[in-house]
Structure formats: C-alpha cells, structure tokens
Design a binder for this molecule. Structure first.
Ligand code: ATP
Length: 708
C-alpha cells in the first residue's frame, strides 16, 4: 500500500474540495493503480517523479512518486484546477538540498511572485546590518539564491517575516531565525542541517531527506486512514499536531536521566510539546502511568481536549495509578491523593501539621489569614501582619519544612525571604500561624498548599503513583506542589518533565526548584520561536517586561530573545480618560472587527477583575454587541468572550482587547502600600506578568485600552 507524505497545503483549501481530496487520497493510499484515480506522469515535466491525480472533474492533485523502502510513496504537493495543476506539474521539482540535506520543492520557471513590498531604503537592510552575507545564507544554510537575495534586501524585520510567511517549512524557519542575533552555526544546528550523503539512488536519498527532523516541520508521513482524515480536515490551527519544529520534536521523544525543564516564552509551544510527549510515553509503554498536570482545572480541561485531538487512541486514565495519561490540575491531584488514601491520610496530616485528622475534606476560605490578623491584636508591623506576607511565609517556609511548633519555627532557615525576623517577631508570626491552624482544625479544612503538602507526605511514605509526571505552567506551582509532584514519581529516567515561563508567573511566589528536591543539573532547554503571536504583538508584550528582574526556577535570569513566525498589524493603543470612554472604545473596536466578518467567539476582552468583566459584558450588550462572561465554564460560540486575564492564561484568540492597562484600583494601591519592599517588588513583577500573559493571547490582532 502506498504511503502518503503530506505537506501543509491541504490545510489551505476550502471545504468541499477538501472532502473530495480526502476521498482521493484515501483511495490512493489503498491502491494507486485504481483506474478512477488517473495517477499519471506528465510528459516533459521538470521532474520525472511528478504525477497528477483526478480529484474530480475539475480538480487535480499534483504529487511526487518515490519508490523505495519496499513500496511507493506520494509526496502530496497540492490540489489545483485542472489546467493550473498541469502547469504546476510541468515546472515543479523535488530534490534534496545539496547544502543542508533537506527536501526542497522548487519551481523551474517561477510564476511571477510578489516581491517584498518596496519601502524607501534609508538605512542598510536588516540582514546585512546583522552581519549576514549571501554566502552565509546560500552556502552555509542552503537557502535558494533568489530567496536569499530577497531576504538580504528586505529593509526590516517585518519585511523578512513577510517573506518567511511565503515559504513553508525549513525555509520559512531559517528566514525567521536570521532576523535574530544567533550566529549562523547556531541557526544551522537548530534545524540539524548537514550536507546529504548521496547513494546514487535518488528516490532513496529523498526518503532519507524527508525523514530528517528539519523536514518534519513541512512533510509528514501519514500513519493510517484515520490520521489522514484528521490531517486534511483540520485547519491551520491544527498543524501543531503534525508539523513539529525539530526542536519541539526532540523534546517530545528524547529520554532524560532525571527531571528536565523546558522554558520558553508565551506561545512557543510548550504545551504542544507536553501533549506530544505524553502520547509518545504512552505509546512507548502502554502500561506506563503518566500524569499530565497544570495549575488550574480549566487548563487541565484544555490539555484533555488537546490530547484527544492529537490522538483519540491514547487512553486517558480516569484516576491516578491507572495506566494511560491521567490529566488533572495540581490541586485536584492533591485532593485525589488525599481522598484515595482514606483514613491512612491521618499519618500524613500528623507529619505536616502535627495533629491527627483523618478526613480533612473542606477547603479553608481564602480570607482566613485576614480574619486571623484582625482578631489577633498582634503587635507586628503592617508589612508582616498581612495576608500576602503570612500566606507566603506559610507556603514557602513553614509547610515545605514540616514545621509543627514554635520551637521548630525559631530554627528554620528562610532563604529568599525578604523580611528578616528576629526571635520576638518569629514568635509573634508563629502565634498567627498557630491561630490559623487551630481554626482550620476546628473547621476540618486544609488550604491548597496544606493539601499538597499532606498529599506529598502521604506519597513519600506510601510510594509514588506515577511513572512519568509532565507539568505545565511550572512557574506558578508552590513548594508543596513541587514536593507532591516529586513524590508522585520515583526518581529515575523521564520522571519529571517541567514546562515553565517565569515571565508568566501570576500566582504565588518565585521559588527555586533545587530547594524542594528537584535537581535539574544541566537538563534544561529553551524554546524561542513563538508560533502564536505576531512579531508586532510580541514586541509590545515583551516591552511590558522590560527592566523587570525575572529569575527562572533555577535562579537564572530569564532570557527575552524570542522570535515570531508571523507578521501582522501593529497593536492599536488607545487612552481612555474614564470608565465610560473605555467601554465605548472597546465596543467600537469590536464592532469594527465583527463588521469585517470576524466570528464573535474568536474575540476576547481581557480585564483585571470580575466586577469589570460584568461591566464590560453589560456595556457591550447595551451597545448591541453579543457578549458573555467566561468564568469556570467553557466558552461557547456566537458571542464575544469577556474574562479576567487570569482566566485567559493558556488560551488564545484571534483578536484581543486588553482593557484597564495601567489602571490600579484604590484598594489595590492601598494593599501594595502595606507590603514590605521585597513583597511589593514581587507583586509588581506579577502585575506586569499578568499584562504580558494577556497581551500574548492574541493570534492576529491586539487592541489595548490604557486607563490612568
Ligand atoms: N509546530 C507547530 N506548528 C504549528 N503551530 C504550532 C506549533 N507549535 C505550537 N503551535 C501553536 O502555537 C500556539 C501556542 O502553542 P502552546 O499553547 O503550546 O504554547 P505555550 O508555550 O504553551 O504558550 P503559553 O505559555 O502562552 O500558554 C498554539 O496555537 C499551537 O497550536
């Protein structure tokens, strides 16, 4: 049976033709000699491998046939109306690029292609300015000379990106990389370029070339009819399933001797890597117990959807300890460890809190620290006797060290905590902690960090419940979460795989993994190509972070060198002097988008809090724009989505309005004023990160409304 090797074209043809192309390719993959398919060579074609096939009366497929590895292979180049297809078939050629070893489809006579839009050249074009030469591009990277010349003449980053968008696969990726400052060798290594070995059998050489990592961002060997159907039916948003960047593919399939950390900016495909890796581990060993976790339940739901979309045959385990991929938010994991431990959990509660509770089922209300401070009559200064300081002290120092009494608290180390505490202050802080614990004991509740700490203690004693744990949004996890995650899997190969972006930390405090038993030691890498956000929106988002002191989970300064594969309009930034003006601007912007055919559910308005969310929904509805607030539920079709920036974490939309930027409520100002310097600096970093997270949710267009 012939093998189909797909390129990205089917994602770009419209519905009815897609369905017919699907039927054609399905039949082709069963038997290419079926007479109705009319698979035919073209006389005097530039490439003797070229074939056309009959999709229907009007449409023809253009393919390359390769023979080798025990059968025939069809590289599907595209579908065109009959006459165009014949013309394309005459002039295209599939070859192995002699410099970089990757497959290349070239046109022997180019149809007139739009040149890079002419712009007055006042300064030297970008690539020469970066020291790139024609020799670098052509002789080192294998870029076709004509494209190299266009790239070298492109005045600025946007123009190079426009050119990149016209070239699929490795060529587009190389052009994007050239706009950054990486040396040519780094760029070549990233795509694993190397001169091909030639065996004399051209078809065999082409098959080798098509399997190279750098080729797989453009060509995919299709594994069975079901995969073929899904590849064709999906639109461009589905291409993450099939066409991974070679770096992404490496992190999907490679084995690591211990915990591995993958960092990368928003939209660089960390979640994509995790989902693919979960599948890869499950395929490698169907008996493996794989846990895929993230910070919130909503994000866990979208991981479940993503895995089902990638491969519905991968079993999703309903509970921990079962074979397959178990997906749950990190707090839900803690709750299920506690639930399934039954009365045995009492020992773990004793280890962590020093009292014996056998069924701590309730959740401590979030305002409890405030109540404790207010009813305590403490003499501690305001920068210590506040919810932010106390909950951080509890989560970062007390729980991870299993501190159970005043004496232990006096002696515990507090690395990284800004405020120094002398003995009297330690005792006064402990009095508040003891009051907090006493109230929870009476209520039979645990807070999220306590639950994770108890789950961790239980797992540490009872043994792990997973073979591999994959973690998304690692920057937001607390020390107890990390201790639980560590205890879930025994130490060993591929035990923990952590995706994180310290620029996106919007919950909790910055922590250092090594302090909680997770030793990365050299097993850490970074993704730098942004697939989601246009270069223009990315620049805006990165500027929000400028000057911030961001450190990653290993205490290294977080890098900011990201590139985008896409180009689009500059973000529109409006200033609103009042709330009413802001609501008007939002409505006007969205009406304009909708009038141009944008589907409402692909537009999101992101705000700071729930009150503002309700205001925006009401204001849009009053102004005739269908809108709905999104909270825990899943977004639905037909209305513009309005949600908090926190809720939007991990999501993406075609168009985004970012509201309230720069606005701080009086209550928030007051809260910040009461914090100690280091807590305030951290709160300010988190506030910036929140706007960065929100700005990077837009795929195509971003509108910002600033309010001072
Ligand atoms: N190889 C790829 N080909 C096409 N699209 C891709 C690829 N990798 C990622 N994407 C797309 O880029 C977008 C961002 O991917 P993903 O959500 O995995 O990034 P992320 O790093 O987890 O982002 P964030 O940190 O912002 O949540 C998604 O739309 C995804 O489908």
């Amino acid at each position: 049976m012939p093998t189909i090797i797909m390129t990205k074209w089917p994602l770009k043809i419209d519905g009815s033709v897609k369905a017919k192309a699907m039927t054609f390719l399905q039949k082709l993959s069963e038997d290419d000699t079926m007479p109705g398919l009319h698979v035919e060579p073209i006389a005097h074609a530039a490439d003797p491998r070229v074939r056309t096939g009959r999709v229907d009366q009007f449409w023809r497929a253009v393919m390359f046939r390769l023979d080798g590895e025990g059968g025939s292979h069809y590289v599907v180049h595209g579908v065109w109306p009959h006459d165009d297809a014949i013309s394309v078939a005459h002039r295209v050629r599939l070859k192995v690029n002699p410099i970089n070893g990757l497959p290349q489809i070239e046109e022997t006579e180019q149809p007139s292609s739009p040149a890079v839009p002419p712009k007055p050249q006042v300064v030297e074009p970008l690539l020469p300015r970066l020291g790139r030469t024609l020799g670098d591009l052509v002789e080192r990277l294998g870029i076709p000379e004509e494209v190299a010349e266009q790239a070298l003449a492109a005045p600025d980053e946007d123009a190079v990106l426009e050119l990149a968008q016209r070239h699929e696969g490795w060529l587009g990726l190389l052009l994007v990389d050239l706009t950054g400052r990486d040396p040519i060798d780094t760029i070549a290594d990233r795509l694993q370029l190397e001169a091909p070995e030639q065996t004399g059998d051209e078809d065999a050489d082409l098959l080798v070339s098509l399997k190279k990592p750098g080729a797989q961002s453009q060509f995919a060997f299709i594994d069975g009819q079901e995969e073929l159907r899904r590849v064709i039916e999906e639109d461009d948003f589905g291409s993450w399933r099939v066409f991974l960047h070679p770096e992404q593919r490496r992190y999907v399939s490679r084995s690591y001797s211990g915990p591995f950390r993958l960092s990368g900016g928003a939209g660089t495909g960390k979640t994509v890597v995790l989902i693919h890796r979960a599948r890869s581990l499950a395929r490698r060993n169907p008996a493996a117990r794989i846990v895929l976790t993230t910070f919130t339940t909503n994000l866990a739901e979208s991981l479940k959807d993503g895995l089902a979309q990638l491969d519905p045959t991968v079993p999703q385990a309903a509970k921990l300890n079962d074979p397959g991929v178990h997906i749950a938010g990190v707090d839900a994991l803690a709750a299920s460890v506690i639930r399934s431990a039954g009365s045995a959990i009492a020992d773990a509660v004793q280890t962590v809190l020093g009292d014996a509770r056998s069924a701590p089922t309730g959740r401590t209300p979030s305002g409890r620290w405030r109540e404790v401070v207010e009813s305590s009559g403490t003499t501690l200064p305001a920068e210590i006797a506040n919810e932010t300081f106390l909950s951080a002290e509890y989560a970062l120092v007390v729980l991870p060290n299993q501190v159970k009494n005043e004496d232990q608290y006096r002696r515990v180390r507090r690395p990284g905590r800004g405020v120094a505490l002398d003995r009297a202050r330690r005792d006064a802080v402990w009095a508040l902690i003891a009051a907090y614990r006493a109230q929870s004991r009476i209520d039979g509740t645990l807070d999220f960090s306590e639950a994770a700490a108890v789950a961790a203690a239980h797992l540490a004693a009872a043994g792990g419940a997973a073979d591999h744990v994959l973690i998304d949004e690692g920057q937001d996890l607390s020390p107890s979460h990390w201790q639980m995650v560590r205890a879930l899997a025994d130490e060993g190969a591929d035990d923990l795989f952590i995706a994180e972006d310290s620029h996106q930390r919007i919950y909790g405090n910055r922590i250092v993994l090594g302090r909680y038993g997770i030793r990365i030691v050299g097993r850490s890498q970074r993704l730098t190509l942004n697939y989601r956000t246009t270069a223009q929106n990315l620049r805006y988002a990165m500027a929000i972070l400028d000057g911030g002191d961001f450190l990653d989970l290993e205490e290294e300064a977080e890098s900011t060198g990201y590139r985008s594969a896409r180009s689009g309009p500059e973000p529109a930034v409006d200033d609103a002097g009042s709330l009413i003006a802001e609501l008007d601007i939002i409505a006007t912007r969205i009406k304009a988008w909708l009038s141009m055919g944008t589907r409402p559910e692909t537009v999101a308005v992101l705000v700071h809090d729930k009150l503002q969310r309700e205001r925006v929904v009401n204001a849009l509805t009053e102004r005739g724009v269908p809108a709905r607030a999104v909270d825990r539920d899943r977004p639905t079709d037909g209305r513009v989505l309005v949600m908090t920036m926190h809720r939007a974490k991990g999501m993406e939309f075609a168009k985004v309005v970012l509201a309230d930027v720069g606005f701080q409520s009086a209550a928030e100002k007051e809260r910040l004023k009461r914090l100690d310097d280091s807590e305030r600096r951290d709160a300010e970093l988190r506030a910036r990160s929140l706007v960065y997270v929100a700005a990077t949710r837009a795929r195509d267009e971003l509108a910002v409304v600033q309010r001072r």
